[in-house]
Write a protein that binds this ligand. Structure first.
Ligand code: KG4
Ligand code: ZN
Length: 370
């Protein structure tokens, strides 16, 4: 099955074309095309994502990426010609588009574009029946990103039978959510953040340290030279017997610390210590709560996903924690599928179709839950 996927929930415009097979028992994905056009440089001067700018950029970038896919797939360069499917372009069996959660103006751009493409590709009723257009949840995209091809771990197809029950931590700029999966498609939410998401907290603390957006990779970089035990930042909700998180107070603790230790200390060593200590505080909470869920629910694996899972430091710490809990394994997506991309949206589209799941309406829903 050929799956075309479109993702515009935040500041990455992404389109992917996949070949999917194997059904729910053995889902396999071959990436034919995977384009991500990042808007980081556009939003950087504002210290975060500006929704209307994101919308404008998506509107500009979607036709360019689509053009690229058509050119690649048809093997013909057709510069400056209108986007009309070439006879050699195989019509996708499925088009999947993110409908939420995210920035609504940005989501609408993707949805309208997907509808337009669907219309163009399926000019008669028969074809429209054969090529389905489905809306999908962005967070499910992160959740299933581990099913995409990876250089890190081989053969997830075999793994899928031995993974469950699994605990999944989706940790991104918009969400910090812990799920318990009975199998690939049956899951329930154990907890989530009550205020800021972990990635959002990274972005805000980076700004306090004078680092550019997005803050996660910048903090990880400078933290390498710092001491994670230098400053005892709080570990919010660490000992509470629930699976919720809270990171707003930690950000405030960093703010107060920086006020008390003003810029006479603004050496790179000082900043590195703040970054490393902050990072450690966030990761301690994420790991402790995830591993408690693993113990309580006798999970066989931890699925770590979402933009913050691009952190090598977090991956290494999770690896250590999982190794100490015998009989469990850590499952992470390839780095290129940790942060926002469309391939993961294609994976959800395929899984939704395979389980005969209910289509989500093609309406942007900024606060959609998983
Ligand atoms: O999943 P994602 O691309 O977008 C959302 O769905 O939110 O996640 C982006 C988030 C940003 O907050 C970014 O700072 C964070 O992921 N991030 C990281 C790292 N790389 C990206 N956080 C910590 N360490 C990293 N290396
Ligand atoms: Zn995301």
């Amino acid at each position: 099955m050929r799956v075309l996927a479109i993702e515009t929930s935040c500041d990455e415009t992404a389109i992917a074309l996949l070949e999917a097979s194997g059904g729910l028992k053995n889902p396999r994905f071959k990436i034919l095309e995977n384009f991500v056009s990042s808007q980081i440089a556009i939003h950087r001067p504002f210290g975060g994502v500006v929704p209307m700018l994101a919308k404008r950029e998506h509107q500009k970038n979607l036709p360019l990426l689509w053009r690229k896919i058509m050119d690649h797939e048809s093997g013909i360069r057709q510069k400056n010609k209108p986007i009309i499917p070439n006879a050699k372009f195989l019509i996708p069996d499925l088009i999947a588009v993110t409908v939420g959660p995210g920035l609504e103006p940005a989501l609408w751009t993707g949805i309208e574009f997907a509808k337009q493409i669907h219309q163009q590709l399926t000019t008669n009723k028969q074809r429209r029946k054969e090529s389905k257009l489905v809306g999908v949840n962005h967070m499910e995209g992160h959740l299933y990103s581990f099913l995409l091809p990876s250089k890190l771990t081989t053969n997830y197809q075999l793994l899928t039978t031995k993974l469950f029950p699994a605990v999944a931590l989706i940790v991104s700029g918009g969400h910090t959510t812990l799920l318990l999966l009975k199998n690939l498609t049956t899951y329930k939410k154990l907890g989530e953040t009550r205020d800021d998401a972990a990635g959002e907290c990274f972005d805000k603390v980076a700004r306090l340290l004078g680092l550019p957006y997005p803050g996660g990779p910048e903090i990880e970089k400078i933290a390498q030279a710092g001491d994670p035990c230098a400053i005892p930042f709080p570990r919010p909700m660490l000992h509470q017997k629930n699976y919720d998180f809270s990171f707003a107070g930690l950000k405030t603790a960093v703010l107060y610390y920086l006020r008390e230790h003003p810029l006479k200390d603004n050496s790179s060593r000082f900043k590195a210590d703040v970054a490393a200590s902050f990072e450690q505080a966030v990761f301690d909470v994420l790991i402790a709560k995830t591993m408690r869920a693993v113990r309580e629910h006798k999970a066989k694996s931890v699925i770590l996903c979402g933009g913050v899972s691009a952190s090598k430091t977090l991956r290494a710490s999770f690896k250590k924690a999982v190794r100490e809990k015998k009989g469990t394994r850590l499952v992470v997506p390839d780095f290129r599928f940790s942060t926002d991309n469309a391939a993961m949206i294609g994976a959800v589209g395929y899984i939704t179709l395979m389980k005969n799941g209910k289509d989500l309406p093609l309406l942007a829903n900024g606060t959609m839950e998983i």
